[in-house]
Design a protein around this ligand. Structure first.
Ligand SMILES: CC/C=C\C/C=C\CCCC/C=C/C(=O)SCCNC(=O)CCNC(=O)[C@H](O)C(C)(C)COP(=O)(O)OP(=O)(O)OC[C@H]1O[C@@H](n2cnc3c(N)ncnc32)[C@H](O)[C@@H]1OP(=O)(O)O
Length: 302
């Protein structure tokens, strides 16, 4: 699936501005881009990709400090990296994890949702839809190695994955807390949750805006495994190895079959969903609530 129009334009702008794959990452000298040794890492500004072509797997590390919030730039860069892996036949699986200590992703970037104009909200929501669709319909096996708090839009990303492994730390809660912020999850994210944990559990989780700590997350089924923090990466890779043992075409066709109806319901109503979002987020009452919330977050330290 190709990037949607607005996101593609922004992607091109980012690439022109230099957000392409580059050699040295984390201060380590590496072969020049295109060196072809098959082992080097590559990165744009906010996503670090560690490829292991021999295993057919890449680890994507979200590194948009402080909290990996889903800004337009971050989502665009993420999708560029994902598309690059999708287009490279060497890669059949991706582990998604965070490079920001204690936070997988804080979800939608609240500064993108506050005090902007309708055109911006429309562009932003289109990018959120695109992020979800591209992950949800990915040909590759996606394993989320959740090494931090994972609320709302962070959970959205994790829910698109085939498997979620959560590090066992009571601070690492996961869930769709939207109602606590006075906002409502879109129907397609609700469907994604229902497909994952069932209808009744979703009703409770969504209405109450529940954030599940590890043991509860496992019990309700929003994650598949909880492991000690120091075993997260190795567990994610061994889960991946199990999935990689299945012939790709059969696995992928099965995944597509299982997910088609849920994805189609958004694909058929993308414009209406954008309009709905713009109308909702532009309301004075919603703007006020989000601004107060953002201010509270900012004052936390002070
Ligand atoms: C069609 C449908 C119609 C309508 C639907 C409308 C909307 C639906 C959207 C549904 C999908 C998803 C929604 C969302 O994702 S909303 C965002 C929800 N996220 C949160 O509530 C998390 C908020 N953040 C936190 O709780 C903490 O920051 C966190 C992640 C626990 C980390 O804590 P800590 O390490 O202590 O870090 P700080 O809190 O000090 O934060 C550091 C820094 O980051 C800023 N920040 C945090 N979160 C966000 C964010 N989500 N967006 C933007 N900025 C964020 C924070 O303000 C601090 O900034 P500073 O300048 O002070 O450094």
């Amino acid at each position: 699936m190709a990037l949607a129009g607005g996101v593609r334009v922004r992607a091109r702008a980012l690439l022109r501005a230099g957000a392409q794959f580059r050699g040295p990452v984390l201060g380590r000298p590496e072969p020049a881009a295109g060196g072809g040794d098959g082992t080097r890492r590559f990165a744009n500004l906010r996503v670090l990709v560690e490829p292991d072509p021999a295993a057919g797997v890449a680890v994507m590390k979200l590194k948009s400090p402080p909290v990996n919030s889903l800004s337009l730039e971050f989502m665009t860069e993420f999708l560029i990296s994902l598309e690059k892996l999708e287009n490279d036949k060497a890669f059949r699986g991706v582990v998604i994890t965070s490079d920001c200590p204690g936070v997988f992703s804080a979800g939608l970037d609240l500064t993108e949702l506050c005090g902007q104009n309708p055109a911006h909200y429309a562009e932003y929501w289109k990018a959120v839809q695109e992020l979800w669709l591209r992950l949800f319909l990915s040909n590759m096996v996606l394993v989320a190695a959740i090494n931090g708090v994972c609320p709302a839009g962070g959970c959205l990303m994790a829910l698109t994955c085939d498997v979620r492994v959560l590090a066992d730390n009571p601070k690492f809660v996961i869930g769709l807390k939207e109602t606590q912020l006075g906002i409502v999850v879109p129907f397609w994210l609700k469907d994604n949750l229902v497909n994952t944990i069932g209808h009744r559990a979703s009703e409770h989780a969504l209405q109450l805006g529940l954030l599940f700590p590890p043991a509860e997350a496992l019990q309700v089924g929003i994650v598949d495994q909880v492991v000690p923090e120091d075993q997260l990466q190795s567990t994610a890779l061994s889960v991946m190895a199990r999935w990689m043992a299945i012939p790709d075409h059969a696995r992928h066709l099965t995944k597509a079959m299982m997910r088609k109806a849920t994805a189609d319901s958004l694909i058929k109503h993308r414009d209406a969903d954008i309009q709905n979002f713009v109308n909702f987020i532009s309301r004075d009452s919603i703007q006020k609530t989000l601004q107060v919330y953002l201010q509270k977050l900012k004052q936390k330290k002070g």
